[in-house]
Structure formats: C-alpha cells, structure tokens
Write a protein that binds this ligand. Structure first.
Ligand SMILES: C[C@@](CO)(OP(=O)(O)O)[C@H](O)COP(=O)(O)OP(=O)(O)OC[C@H]1O[C@@H](n2ccc(N)nc2=O)[C@H](O)[C@@H]1O
Ligand SMILES: Nc1ncnc2c1ncn2[C@@H]1O[C@H](COP(=O)(O)OP(=O)(O)O)[C@@H](O)[C@H]1O
Length: 273
C-alpha cells in the first residue's frame, strides 16, 4: 500500500501553561498542508525493515516513527507478520510542519489496512498520541482546534481557507521542538483563537498569534524578516508554523502565490490549501 503523509500548518498557537510532566498546555488550530512524503507498506516474510530515501532524517533509523508505529501495534497484535516499509522523505525536518508526526499517523493507518487490524479512527488516535503530541491530528487529517498537549482535537471548519494560495518558506534551520518550548514563557492569550479564526483571513494579522515567534525572534531574526517579506509580497496573513522554522503566507482568492526573489538557502513550497 502506498500513502502520501502530508504536513500541517499551525494557525495561531498559544502556550498557556507549563505542566509538571514537562509538556506545555497549548491551543492551536492545525490544518493539512499538501506537501507530502511517500510511504509504502507491504507485508513481508523477512524481518521488518524500513528503507529511507530522499531528505536525510537525523537519528537512528531504528527509532524512526514508522518503525515505532509498527512496534506499537505489534506489541498489541503479536500475531501480525513482519512488514517491509519504504519512506521517501520530502517534507523538511525541524520545520514546524509535523513531517515526522504525519509519517507516524499514516504508518499506523496503512498498517491498520495492510495487516487488517480493523482499528477505528478513535483507536488509531490513541496509538498516535503515544508516538507524539501532534500525531493524532493526522489520523482524521482535517482542520481542527487542538488543546491540551496538542492531542485533544475538535473539528474546526475554516471554509474561508479552501483553495487559498499558500507559500511556505523553509530557511534551512533545524529548530528542535523541545528547545523551542524551553524558551517560551506561558501566558494567557490576548485573543480567543476560535473567535479570531472565524473572521476573514485579512483580519488574522492582528488577532492570530503564534507565541513561538516572540521567543525565537532574538535568536533567529531571519524568521520575522521572512514574515515581513511575505506581507510585502501581498500576503493577507503570514506566520511561523508551529515551533518553526518554516514561515508561510496566505493569499485568499488567488490560484497561486506570487513568486518572490529570495536571496539565501531556502526551500519553497507553493500551492493551495
Ligand atoms: C510545536 C508543535 C505545534 O503543533 O509542532 P511542531 O513545531 O513540532 O511541528 C507541537 O506542539 C509539537 O508536537 P510534537 O512534535 O508531536 O512533540 P512531541 O514529540 O510530543 O514532544 C517533543 C518535545 O516538545 C515539548 N512539548 C511538546 C508538546 C507540548 N504540548 N509541550 C511540550 O513541551 C516537550 O519538551 C517534548 O519532549
Ligand atoms: N519519519 C520521520 N520523519 C522526520 N523526522 C523523524 C521521523 N522519524 C523520527 N523523526 C525524528 O523527529 C524529529 C523531528 O520531527 P518533525 O515532526 O519533522 O519536526 P517538526 O514538526 O518540528 O518539523 C527529527 O529530528 C527526527 O529525529
């Protein structure tokens, strides 16, 4: 079975509390971004394996989230056969785009089908949560308000986003999520996120805030420079995604974003949400 794990964007991100378990309580909206990896999952008579091609993934391949997804299911379903997986990595890593989290959830979904486990979406979300805070979002993979650790999901229809032109700029900086959280001082949000997102995209600039922007700004001034360049190119809304380092802009009512002359080592994705 061949699946295409997509990325996500965060629209607003409020970090409200540091929890005793070291995690943070947040509120954010997550939407699918159709920038995709490719993942093939086949049953195998040999040992379970994962072939990796494309963008290099830091860390031991044995701890790759696709292998961890298989091991999690194997622990509860010891009779399942081995699998042969191939991940072709496209989505940048350490970008705030949830690339690894998407692979984890799509691996669970593909394994559920290939191994005929009959798990429901609720059960798949429970497994996904054990692999990472962001992973559960990719099970249903639809716009959602995420609370708690980022894994308490409520569908959040955002009709004004459908077909919106989007540009994502990855400035080749790998920002670790844990390090980004460590630099944030939790606080009460200035605006209610659900109310802010119910307005036209043009109003979001003043109301939809990602708290990581302020804490990362002193160390990575480039992130705000890129955001200002997106606004100068006519974006109705621009923001950092998640804990960075990807920055995105939205152009509602346009089929594609404008081209931008960027000087530096950037990876750019242009498309529609
Ligand atoms: C910031 C967000 C926003 O969507 O996305 P990314 O920027 O990573 O894409 C997420 O909260 C990232 O979720 P995820 O990448 O799954 O994080 P996890 O693997 O669960 O945790 C990695 C580390 O981040 C910190 N962490 C994560 C989630 C959370 N609610 N509070 C935290 O403090 C912890 O230090 C944890 O050890
Ligand atoms: N399949 C995978 N793709 C990407 N990263 C993975 C994968 N499996 C494990 N990881 C680990 O997860 C870390 C970052 O995950 P990712 O979700 O891409 O971060 P972010 O959402 O912040 O961009 C990497 O440093 C890597 O070690």
């Amino acid at each position: 079975m061949l699946v295409f794990p997509n990325a996500k964007l965060n629209l607003g991100l409020h970090i409200t509390e540091r929890r005793p378990d070291g995690f943070h309580t947040l509120e954010t909206a997550m939407v699918p971004l159709p920038w995709c990896d490719a993942l093939e999952v086949l049953p195998s008579t040999a040992e379970t394996s994962l072939a990796l091609t494309g963008r290099p993934i830091p860390g031991d391949p044995a701890t790759n989230l696709c292998i961890r997804a298989y091991e999690l299911l194997k622990a509860d379903f010891p009779e399942v056969p081995a699998v042969q997986m191939h991940l072709h990595k496209v989505v940048p890593i350490g970008a705030g785009l949830g690339g690894g989290s998407g692979d984890a959830a799509f691996a669970l979904k593909a394994l559920n089908t290939v191994l005929d486990l009959g798990l429901t979406d609720d059960q798949l979300e429970a497994y996904a949560r054990r692999l990472g805070s962001d992973c559960a979002f990719f099970v249903r993979n639809q716009p959602a308000l995420a609370l708690g650790r980022g894994d308490e999901l409520t569908p959040l229809p955002l009709p004004q986003l459908a077909g919106t032109a989007c540009k994502v700029i990855y400035p080749n900086l790998h920002i670790s999520t844990a390090e980004a959280y460590a630099g944030v001082k939790p606080k009460a949000p200035a605006h209610d996120l659900r109310t802010a997102l119910s307005g036209p995209i043009e109003t979001w600039r003043h109301t939809v805030v990602n708290d990581f922007e302020a804490s990362l700004a002193p160390r990575y001034p480039l992130l705000d420079e890129l955001k200002q360049q997106l606004y100068a190119a006519g974006a109705a809304y621009a923001s950092l995604s998640g804990s960075g380092s990807a920055v995105f802009g939205l152009w509602p009512g346009q089929p594609l974003p404008p081209s931008m002359a960027l000087t530096g080592d950037f990876l750019v994705w242009d498309g529609q949400l």
